[in-house]
Write a protein that binds this ligand. Structure first.
Ligand code: ADP
Ligand code: MG
Length: 237
């Protein structure tokens, strides 16, 4: 696999809670390679979401460096961070985060609206994405008129519509049943692999780590170990 797209160097994130300081991420270094499916795995409270939010530019580290394609995320101001997220990253959240008053189609077009894509192209691309996630028949449905799995499909379509270099997913199947979970993981990893996109998935479910090229096991804000997955279909020795 190719070169690093994200390099995390000795990063910490401390939260002050009254007299106490919580080290959510505590001196962590990691490189994520272009095109890899990287799974952040660990118990609740181990710092997975905090690390994801730091890499995605949603939060600022207390110290350390986060370098995305030679750009220092930790040095960016709010405007630069917003632009960075718009251009390079997509998000899938556990709770879908769809806008309730918008249709599936409108939700999927949102990232294109922010980028100033003309309306007709927007709608065409959104329809293509809805097809890719198997929801062309639900384009005019609002989130409340869809199942959890369908809502997550819409959010996956939204995450991928800009062809971002990296897609971040924080417990994307946390609210879904087992069958839907596997459908959703197949969909996300399939889209990412097809377009050579990098995928960073947070989960506490060991079953899901089978989708990963690498599993970064976290504990107390640090990396406990990294497991490399044997790729099926490889050459025999
Ligand atoms: P995980 O996603 O692995 O469950 P988190 O990254 O959410 O873990 O949290 C790691 C630690 O940091 C936990 O102890 C949590 O309570 C703490 N933490 C996370 N976010 C905040 C915050 N905004 N303020 C204070 N403490 C936080
Ligand atoms: Mg979390």
């Amino acid at each position: 696999m190719g070169k690093s797209i994200i390099r995390i160097k000795d990063v910490t994130k401390f939260y002050r809670m009254g007299a106490e300081t919580i080290a959510a991420v505590n001196g962590l270094s990691l490189s994520i390679k272009q095109g890899e499916v990287c799974c952040l795995f660990g118990k609740s409270g181990s710092g997975k979401s905090t690390l994801l939010n730091l890499i995605a530019g949603l939060e600022k580290p207390t110290s350390g460096q986060i370098i995305f394609n030679k750009k220092h995320i930790e040095r960016m101001n709010e405007d630069q961070l917003a632009e960075f997220r718009q251009k390079y990253v997509g998000f899938v959240f556990q709770s879908y985060n769809l806008l309730p008053t918008l249709t599936a189609m409108e939700n999927v077009t949102l990232p294109l609206i922010f980028r100033g894509v003309p309306v007709q192209e927007r709608n065409e691309r959104a329809m293509e994405m809805l097809k890719a996630v198997g929801l062309e028949g639900r384009a005019n449905h609002k989130p409340s008129e869809m199942s959890g799995g369908q809502q997550q499909r819409v959010s996956i379509a939204r995450a991928f519509i800009n062809s971002p270099q990296v897609v971040f997913a924080d417990e994307p199947t946390g609210n879904l049943d087992t069958k839907t979970t596997y459908e959703m993981m197949d969909l996300i990893t399939g889209l990412a692999k097809k377009n050579h996109q990098t995928l960073v998935i947070v989960t506490h479910d060991m079953e899901l780590s089978e989708y990963a090229d690498r599993i970064v096991v976290m504990m107390d804000g640090k990396i406990e170990r990294i497991d490399e997955q044997q790729q099926s279909g490889g050459e025999e020795v």
